[in-house]
Design a protein around this ligand. Structure first.
Ligand SMILES: NC(=O)c1ccc[n+]([C@@H]2O[C@H](COP(=O)([O-])OP(=O)(O)OC[C@H]3O[C@@H](n4cnc5c(N)ncnc54)[C@H](OP(=O)(O)O)[C@@H]3O)[C@@H](O)[C@H]2O)c1
Length: 230
């Protein structure tokens, strides 16, 4: 679709997860070099075009800054690290809110900041993509998962505000807001659901590949619904 990613350096956080693996494959297919921070201490097997950096907790500002400082000429940064938890507010412990804010909002904010600094330094512009979720923009759909909805609403707000801050530098910042992705974990967790209504990992990866490409010349501060037939 966009051979213009040839040779460009792109960070993919959560790049070993379900969506992240699909995004890394997609970007490699466009000729990009992917830089993937790995939460655990072991990196996956080496793969041409991918640089895995193990032992990075993206809730740690110093670790995030150090990871980004090791990348020359950063073009794009895709922030997919995060997590989910169900739970009605009255049944939830405060710790779950803190955990989801850390996993989703803090990781995205720290990576946005580090990516913006690196891209501003190149003076060549850049692209940032975050992952929010449907309840971040259709907030009543967050019923039964209010802590998660709050954490992803923070990602959406960060995206829209940062896009405004960076538009003069040709750094475009967007987020996708999926409903339910068709992942192995979701199939295991909801075996009776109609999987055909879910968003395929390939279609999410296609959209992200466009958003990080130079062909995306005008879209910024957008939180893009990705609902398939749900
Ligand atoms: N799946 C869905 O239906 C759905 C719907 C809407 C939005 N989303 C969002 O889309 C993103 C990807 O979802 P997914 O289903 O692909 O999830 P996933 O398979 O669980 O992948 C998430 C990745 O984030 C990493 N991560 C989490 N916390 C981290 C931290 N503190 N530091 C470094 N890495 C960390 C995880 O590593 P470890 O496992 O090693 O911690 C994992 O590699 C998430 O942000 C999720 O909230 C998903």
């Amino acid at each position: 679709m966009t051979a213009s990613l040839q040779g460009r350096n792109i960070v993919v956080t959560g790049g070993t997860g379900a969506l992240g693996s699909a995004v890394v494959s997609r970007l490699l297919g466009e000729g990009a070099t992917c830089h993937v921070p790995v939460h655990g201490s072991k990196a996956p097997a080496e793969e041409p075009g991918v640089r895995y950096v193990p032992g990075i907790d993206l809730t740690d500002a110093k670790a995030v800054d150090q990871f980004f400082s090791g990348i020359d000429d950063l073009w794009a940064s895709v922030h997919l690290a995060g997590g989910f938890a169900f739970g009605k507010t009255v049944d939830a412990e405060p710790e779950i809110l803190m955990k989801l804010l850390q996993m989703n909002a803090v990781t995205a904010w720290l990576c946005c900041r580090a990516a913006a600094l690196a891209m501003t330094a190149t003076g060549k512009g850049g692209r940032i993509v975050n992952v929010a979720a449907r309840p971040a923009i259709e907030q009543r759909t967050g019923s039964g998962m209010a802590a998660y909805a709050a954490s992803k609403a923070a990602v959406a707000a960060t995206t829209a505000a940062l896009g405004e801050e960076l538009k003069g530098a040709n750094i475009l910042v967007n987020a996708i807001a999926p409903s339910i992705l068709d992942t192995p974990a979701n199939r295991d967790g909801m075996p009776k659901a109609d999987f055909s209504k879910w968003v395929s990992l390939e279609s999410a990866a296609d959209l992200i590949a466009f958003l990080v490409s130079p062909q995306n010349a005008a879209t910024s501060s957008a939180i893009i619904p990705l609902y398939a037939r749900a």
